[in-house]
Design a binder for this molecule. Structure first.
Ligand code: GLN
Length: 443
């Protein structure tokens, strides 16, 4: 009772400033479930968790931070939610995000931006910014996000928390509202490495409802290791592209790791400058196709039913999608149209392959690759949102892992004044647990 009371008091007092939640469940309902679940047991018996609002929750509104789904209540749970419930977790609310997970600052939300608890003038990163802020503000200890090109790691970095973009196929996407299927994964967000490991072990695993999941033989044992003799490659090309306070902080961490016996070497990804355009071409193409389902008829915003199909479609979509979503639908449709497909989409797939290959080579020499998570400090609210190209450029370091399907983790590296800076670790495919172990030591 005290735990639930305390949580609601904090949220009641401070979320009017942070705006981390789109939907907060009623305290009575949550308290009842917590009491029930404590008696039933499970790894998360009675523990409150915040869920990004693009993950389907039975009976709880799931908006994707869009006017299009403002009143949508899913009739089913995502697989990850079923797994959490089996372990006794209780959803406290659904967190704010960029509309349909398109953005890096949680400012494209129909429900207004989330503010960074460390500095309310700054963004908490995105698109899972509500989950990141909910952790940093101390509303919850555990949260779920989704990561298509950095959406778990950006908020982890900017909120001084931990976030893992799992290896592709380790976590079911059933019930995740699709943005770009070939890139995205649901992943754990937490305030320390141990909680991250626990949450990941619960949500991971094969699922008949998602044919891209794999039967993994991951050993979830969480044991703290040291970095002695760990072969660390520093992505120096990426490091040098970062803002000074960021690269300076990351270099300090690297020096510390070196003094603790890690084998540090400067290296380069090669083709790094092509990762970002390739990512955006692929992501927008998949988005334009995925978002075609919001037709103003079957579900979602459906204000206009008069006229022919074209008019109904255009009017409802025109009114219910925000500007960033429209931009991506237009660009994605253009890229996929006859004649341009070879020029853009096919080329992007080739770049994706090249990046995978250079990473394969690097992982023969290194156990982990290190870089800043974000190339810049958390931007001020309003600073990048009207300049899409600048916003896209924030994802320079994070999209690499999504293109290559490998795991990537962000952990706190330190602060520049009151602004958090994140360190990114990338590992080879299925080295997720290893990354978490290493992160616990660096922490
Ligand atoms: N900022 C990137 C984008 O807008 C990544 C978002 C995400 O990971 N969902 O596509």
């Amino acid at each position: 009772e005290e735990y639930v009371e305390r949580t609601y008091e904090k949220i009641g007092k401070y979320d009017k400033y942070t705006n981390a939640f789109i939907t907060i469940r009623s305290k009575e309902e949550v308290l009842r479930e917590v009491k029930e679940n404590i008696n039933k047991g499970g790894k998360l018996a009675g523990i409150l968790i915040a869920i990004k609002d693009n993950i389907s929750t039975k009976g709880i509104r799931t908006t994707c931070a869009s006017k299009m789904l403002e009143d949508y209540i899913p009739p089913y749970d995502a697989t990850v939610i079923e797994k959490l419930k089996k372990e006794g977790a209780v959803i406290v609310g659904k967190t704010n995000m960029d509309e349909f997970a398109m953005g890096s600052t949680t400012e494209t939300s129909y429900f207004g931006p989330t503010r960074n608890p460390w500095n309310l003038e700054r963004t908490p990163g995105g698109s899972s910014g509500g989950s990141g802020a909910a952790l940093a503000a101390g509303y919850v200890e555990l949260a779920l996000g989704s990561d298509t090109g950095g959406s778990i790691r950006a908020p982890a970095a900017y909120n001084a928390t931990f976030g893992l973009k799992p290896s592709y196929g380790t976590v079911s996407r059933f019930g995740l509202v699709a943005y770009a299927n070939s890139l995205e994964q649901i992943g754990p967000m937490a305030r320390n490495a141990e909680d991250l490991a626990l949450l990941f072990s619960i949500i991971a695993g094969p699922d008949d409802k998602d044919a891209t999941t794999i039967d993994l033989s991951l050993n979830f044992e969480f044991k703290e290791k040291n970095v002695k003799n760990v072969r660390i490659g520093i992505l120096s090309d990426i490091l040098e592209m970062s803002e000074k306070p960021v690269s300076g902080m990351i270099k300090d961490v690297i020096d510390k790791l070196s003094s603790e016996g890690a084998l540090i070497e400067d290296t380069k990804l090669g083709n790094a400058e092509y990762a970002l355009p390739a990512y955006y071409i692929i992501a927008m193409s998949e988005a334009s196709s995925n978002l075609a389902r919001y037709d103003g008829v079957r579900y979602g915003y459906s204000k206009y039913m008069e006229g022919n199909w074209r008019e109904v479609y255009a009017k409802n979509r025109g009114e219910a999608f925000g500007i960033e979503v429209k931009r991506r639908i237009l660009l994605g449709s253009f890229i996929l149209s006859a004649g341009y497909y070879e020029e853009f989409y096919l080329k992007a797939l080739k770049v994706r392959n090249l990046i995978k290959k250079s990473l394969d080579e690097l992982f023969k020499k290194y156990d982990i690759l290190v870089s800043p998570t974000m190339p810049i400090l958390p931007p001020k609210i309003g600073e990048v949102i009207n300049d899409p190209v600048r916003m896209y450029a924030m994802d320079l370091n994070t999209v690499i892992a999504n293109l290559a399907a490998i795991p990537a983790l962000s952990l706190p590296a330190g602060f520049y004044n009151d602004l958090p800076i994140g360190l990114q670790l990338m590992g080879k495919y299925l080295s997720d647990i290893y990354l978490i172990n290493i992160s616990s030591y660096i922490e």
